[in-house]
Design a binder for this molecule. Structure first.
Ligand code: FES
Length: 115
């Protein structure tokens, strides 16, 4: 079960939402279902509007990788990741802290999602 904590400085409270089951839903879909106002546009990893910062919480190891090619392209265009970051991500097999909510599938982990 994924446990997601959504946080935004414009909203004082943090809210924890849990998802269970098949781990096929994107963080953006979970946010929308729970009325978390993450901005979005294309919902397909192209525009970068749904940029989020992801920090692992709790003791479970980090999962939720790798980034799709579209996500790498959008995050590079936004200046959030460099070629070195991409190389490190692929060698270490760990995702970067910057993600696109429409591309990130929550897995069995606990994450802080800043939007
Ligand atoms: Fe466009 Fe996620 S909504 S990249």
């Amino acid at each position: 079960m994924a446990i997601l904590t959504f946080s935004n400085p414009s909203y004082k409270d943090k809210t924890v939402y849990a998802t269970a089951g098949s781990h096929t839903e994107s963080v953006l879909k979970i946010a929308r279902e729970n009325k978390i106002p993450i901005d979005f546009n294309c919902e397909d990893g192209n525009c970068g509007t749904c940029l989020i910062k992801v920090t692992p919480l709790g003791s479970k190891p980090r999962m939720a990788g790798p980034l799709t090619d579209k996500e790498v392209s959008a995050l590079t265009e936004l200046g959030k990741i460099s070629k070195d970051d991409v190389d490190t991500m692929r060698v270490d097999d760990l995702p970067t802290v910057w993600r696109l909510a429409c591309q990130l599938i929550a897995r069995d982990e606990e994450l802080l999602i800043e939007y």
